[in-house]
Design a protein around this ligand. Sequence first.
Ligand code: SAM
Ligand code: SF4
Length: 389
Amino acid sequence: MEPSQPRDRLGRPLGVLRLSLTARCNLACPYCLPDGQEPPGLLDQDQRLRLIAAAVALGANSLRLTGGEPLLHPGLEALIAAAAAGHRGGPNRPPQEPNPAPLGLSNPPTPPLQPPDPPDQPSDTPATGLREIALTSNGTLLSRERALALRAAGLDRLTLSLDGGDGASVAAMAGLADPAAGERALQKVLAALDHARAAGFEPGRGALKLNAVIQRGRNEEQLLPLAALARERGVELRLIEFMDVGNRNGWRPDQVLPAAVMLERIQARWPLEPLGRPSHGTAQRYRYRDGGGHLALVASVSAPFCGDCNRLRVSADGIAYTCLFARAERGLDLRPWLNAGSDPRDLQDALASLWRGRHDRWSEERSASGGEGSTDPAERRAEMAYLGG
Ligand code: SAM
Ligand code: SF4
């Protein structure tokens, strides 16, 4: 029998389950390039809940739901409600005391906005032990009602993605036809930020953040507009280096704008004070010295953080990966252990032995080998929208 909370071969515990709910997306960001359709054998709600419960039993205390675009998944709220039922009182939990901890969670919505009734829950064991449930979304489908429903279901944190502050740059980064389409998407995401805040995702408590992928020569001129937009809304902006995930996005090292350069450009306008990278975190955090909130930089390429990476990724069809940059064939198909009637301990054992064998440190290896990434054109790697970021 595996120990209940295994460590991998580099001594790293399992802390976060990133679960992709769909490989599809309503956008087509060229740095991600999602599939038009789902892979066969998509997990159902009960299988997802079994998986969440097993990851929690092995030490995961954080669940991040992602995709593709997770708001395309019709059972999203029901899944959150069922997973949340085991943590802190479940959906529509009573108001909490203010919590200044890094994973601080916001209070439920205040009148006049009232959350709807929690959605029906699928039947399965709630994942007792989860400390937080988070979601990453492009935000274009986040209506006022959906934001309220997510909050009522028990979602703690929401990260929206936006790569530009005008229609032309949003169109270029989201794979949209023209600047007018980009402007419509931009307005939807800005409205989504308002809906999320009104539903109780308080940016000041870290419950609402904005991700932006910055690509050299493509949207680097959007750094200051994006920072201004986030500052105006009191939302932490997380600037992400363009990563060599998958095989399709044509990644080249010269397209990466290093986090240090991004920092320099933002600092020249708004001085920043470093706050460090939280343990197991992906981002170096900063505070604007003028009181304008926080900024974060995800330097996955220029300053890898493999050393304390605690994330397990599972695709929408139940394939587990222990690294974002994993080769496609390195995934473990969990479906044999996810069926009704399977002994939950068998699933835990399979996951524990996967985790105990883990020695991935791809980003560090890339750096050590000169930063060129994979040079083998035959090497097939799992795609970003499939893995869920
Ligand atoms: N569709 C949702 C969204 O865009 O937020 C969730 C899935 S998306 C794969 C998760 C995150 O990965 C997004 O913030 C996206 O910008 C980021 N991402 C996708 N491809 C990337 C790449 N090649 N390099 C860096 N970040 C990337
Ligand atoms: Fe869709 Fe997100 Fe990929 Fe963009 S990054 S194509 S929004 S899944």
